[in-house]
Design a protein around this ligand. Sequence first.
Ligand code: FAD
Ligand code: DLZ
Ligand code: SF4
Length: 518
Amino acid sequence: PRALRFVLGDQLTRRVSSLVDLDPERDVVLIVEVQAEATYVRHHKQKIAFLFSAMRHFAAELETEGIAVDYVRLDAAGNTGSFTGELERAVARHRPARVVVTEPGEWRVWEMMQAWREELPVPVEIREDNRFLCPRGDFVRWAEGRHALRMETFYRGMRRRTGLLMEGSEPIGGRWNFDHDNRKRLPKGHRPPERRGFAPDAVTREVLALVAARFADHFGDLDGFAWPVTRANALTALGHFLQDCLPSFGDYQDAMKEGEPFLYHALIAPALNAGLLTAEEVCAAAERAYKEGTAPLHCVEGFIRQILGWREYVRGLYWARMPDYARTNALGAGRDLPWFYWSAETPMNCLAHCVRDTRAHAYAHHIQRLMVTGNFALLAGIDPAQVEEWYLVVYADAYEWVELPNVHGMVLWADGGVMGSKPYAASGAYIDRMSDYCSGCSYDVKAKTGPKACPFNYLYWNFLIENEERLSGNPRMAMPYRTLAGMDPKRRAGIIADASRFLDSLSAEPENGREQGR
Ligand code: FAD
Ligand code: DLZ
Ligand code: SF4
């Protein structure tokens, strides 16, 4: 063939830059299932099943178009188990004039690609990832000379650049951000809409069996797998969200409820990150919902901000700051990740529910990730690398370009303030306000000290005490540090005692030597 076009598992769109000039008469598309990608971290079973199924469906769609696809299955004879090994074998098989790839989503694979240029006997063309609205180079230019890279400034630039929700040079509705209309708690007895899932077809069922057999010791359940694995199904999922959920998305964006892991969230991140949907079409569809009057502005703006703002911003930041970004540990956190992040066995009801939702669906929504599992990891001073690995493992939408800034920067403040001006630390009162978890908890969210007190309460103050030197000069932390300064020394000593008793009781290993399905 003229060109061998290597498509990675998260680049599943006909419009990806490596395929735009494909010649169906002479080119071959290479897609490979490899052990190394499935195990560089021990991904949740549903994450592997989602990607393998989406890859197989995408290959079948290309073939229907008459395109030659060389698809290497995980159990194919001779599969070397790595991107590099499979690309080398394919080059030997097809003897192409050149290899064409699109830049990957992770630094790790970017380094591999640089080596391909040296090692392969044919030229390798690495093309820009055209699946984002802000090219890497543009973000770098925006970031140049700034220490703090604030999302809000970036987002306004993106609104102007794309014209989304704009009236000339002004934001529609006269404001850039409608957050103060959002973030309500769910009214008592409120029933969120039924969510549309996708029953596994024959291709997915075959993949589910493969994953159950080959990755039995990975974290997570496979029953209940309901992710959309084709572009057509992903578009159905988007349509369902726009109609049934977007009109209340903003209102309940930060709410949490026992037994309701999805609420009004879009559930599109796995599809979006793997290429089944594009950011551009999702934002355009949401804007249309506003213009056609089916969803209010504060919900549509809130939703578009997540994708046009946050998603593009974390991706830009990742590439602008890697590889050094992953190495910082501004708060010097070093505790091991507690075992309950895998087992859900903790009397803290909020954490137990978030871990159970995660295990069942390879999903938790933003506030569960940020304010429950994330906030706990911050307050307990858990080693950033271990927290990052957990987030990369457990979510079907996780890739390092999006996971790392969210965890390292937003949640753990390990970047020392590049992403957020202050750590998101919060006590139990926040969780109580936004959820119904506390009413079913054996701890008392109102109690501040003692064995019955909600651990978030004393861990919050203990966090401020432990990081006094690093954080007390931060103007945005002035209020809590003033309260701490005025605190009765006996109370302060009580907090430290409660926190060390609690933290010492955490185990990084399964209790009683039992393996619990990590
Ligand atoms: P919705 O809540 O309906 O939001 C719509 C879309 O906005 C999402 O699909 C996503 O594409 C985008 N979005 C929203 N918030 C963010 C954000 N902070 N960063 C980037 N995109 C965002 N998202 C991932 O895609 N992969 C990850 O690995 C990931 N890790 C996270 C880790 C932590 C600690 C936190 C706090 C957030 C993380 N997020 C991650 C962002 C967000 O939580 C998920 O995108 C979202 O929960 C996915 O579900 P949804 O499609 O229902 O999203
Ligand atoms: C996450 C993942 C998994 C589990 N398996 C594969 C695979 O077998 N083949 C593949 O092409 N991609 C896989 N991926 C996604 C890659 O890890 C992803 O492309 C890189 O992390 C770069 O973003
Ligand atoms: Fe979580 Fe504390 Fe509420 Fe229990 S009381 S659910 S630990 S916030």
